[in-house]
Design a protein around this ligand. Structure first.
Ligand code: IZC
Ligand code: ZN
Length: 428
């Protein structure tokens, strides 16, 4: 625990996003960043005690300025630590050969149907020890942190058998304990139909429901329950059955929806009351409208469209229709091997029609809502966790304008400086 208070002052722009903890932001509210110029925050232990202008906080804390560690943020912007609400953090191996195959014309689904793709990562993850998975995850968490991400979600789904699914979730829990970045867990036993069940996917869904879900709930291994609802993987009917079964055990539904083909995944997300529907590259207008009505968050993963060389999700249309939109890396070895949320924010502007302000909302408070953490993180407000990001740019639009670069200067996680001058601090 940090002994001294931290006083960050003179931020050129402090992007607070205040007042957004109760509901995800929609429509024009996604552009209201609640910026304070010459912004300052006072941090004690792991909590933001106060946020305002430098003049206000200097007056309020006059008698205590001597005891604080002072960070001068002149010329920089201060924003909430970024939140990534959709990752496949825990896996073994990599799939650069498939990348090469796709560049030579093969499709993601062809590769998967020939035993590669998710199946390739599953076989490598089954063979890896829990320690190896923890170590691989810690390396990725370092990369997230260097790019300003302080909280992520992580899914299982490269086991497709109970032993490995459990190993992945336990590895995610250990990585969370060992690393400053917070890791929120999702069970995704139904990520692909394992070869053993190729002829009978219904039987696999029953196995996940009867054998795996109760153990996930009982051992508190995850908060969310996800499924890959996609033509050739799991049908909407199978997806509904699994998500409803999870709900009965207290697991909140999430869904990989309409990623490759339109499949009424967005509609299903609204019907089962999912907290988020993710991907949505081919979501229908009706699906978007149903999501907007039910407040289902659209978690968009622009890196996946970029890396699969596919047309991006219609983010602009979703926002205009009232869907609360969040952004994520989808960090995984097949369709999006990256840990860079800033790059996702740039792609959202270039390929989905979001503005820089909307991209910031989508990568902070709306992303926090998508993993049920908006009361603790995602905005700069008194009482929230001291998870903060200082970027080496003078205003927030330059974050996306200077693309493909990492502007991270300082990251504070739980009130500790964990990145300084763009580099990880050694005390971790
Ligand atoms: O490993 O290919 N889409 N799941 C659904 C993925 C991509 C991850 C992978
Ligand atoms: Zn995914």
């Amino acid at each position: 625990m940090h002994s001294k208070p931290i006083f960050i002052k003179h931020a050129n722009q402090m992007i607070t996003l205040k007042g957004s903890s109760a509901q995800p932001l929609t429509k024009e509210k996604m552009s209201e960043l609640h910026i304070i110029e010459d912004g300052a925050v006072w941090i004690e232990e792991d909590i933001i005690k106060s946020a305002g202008t430098t003049a206000e906080l200097e007056a309020d804390y006059q008698s205590r300025l001597q005891e604080a560690e002072i960070i001068d943020a002149s010329g920089k912007i201060l924003l909430p630590g970024l939140v990534d609400p959709h990752t496949h953090l825990v896996y073994a191996g990599s799939r650069e050969e498939e990348f090469n195959m796709r560049l030579n014309g093969a499709t993601y689904m062809e590769i998967m149907n020939n035993g590669g793709g998710i199946h390739a990562t599953t076989s490598m993850t089954r063979k890896a020890s829990e320690d190896e998975l923890v170590l691989a995850s810690l390396v990725r968490l370092d990369r997230f942190l260097k790019h300003g991400v302080t909280t992520i979600e992580a899914k299982s789904g490269y086991g497709l058998d109970w032993e490995t699914e459990r190993k992945q979730l336990t590895a995610a829990k250990k990585a969370d304990e060992l690393h400053p970045v917070d890791v929120v867990r999702t069970f995704m036993g139904a990520h692909a139909v394992p070869a053993e069940f190729k002829e009978n996917p219904d039987a696999f869904i029953d196995l996940v429901i009867e054998e795996m879900l109760p153990k996930v709930a009982e051992e508190k291994l995850a908060e969310f329950n996800d499924i890959f609802c996609e033509r050739g993987v799991f049908t909407p009917k199978q997806s509904r059955k699994l998500l409803e079964a999870g709900k009965k055990l207290g697991l909140t539904p999430k869904i990989h929806a309409d990623e490759i083909e339109p499949y009424e995944g967005a509609e299903l997300a609204a019907e089962v009351g999912a907290i988020s529907a993710d991907h949505l590259l081919r979501a229908s207008d009706k699906g978007m409208e149903m999501m907007a009505e039910k407040g289902v968050i659209g978690v968009l993963l622009p890196g996946t469209a970029f890396f699969l060389m596919a047309e991006a999700a219609r983010g602009r249309r979703m926002i205009d229709k009232g869907v609360p939109v969040a952004l994520s890396t989808d960090c995984n070895p097949g369709s999006s091997p990256t840990c860079s949320m800033p790059f996702m924010m740039n792609l959202a502007c270039m390929h989905m029609g979001l503005t820089p302000a909307e991209a910031i909302t989508a990568a902070t408070i709306n992303a926090a809502h998508a993993i049920n953490r908006a009361k603790e993180v995602g905005s700069i407000e008194a009482g929230k966790k001291a998870d903060l990001l200082l970027l080496n740019v003078p205003n927030y639009m330059q974050m996306q304008y200077h693309y493909g670069m990492n502007h991270t200067d300082t990251v504070i996680k739980n009130g500790e400086v964990v990145v300084k001058g763009g580099s990880l601090c050694c005390q971790q």
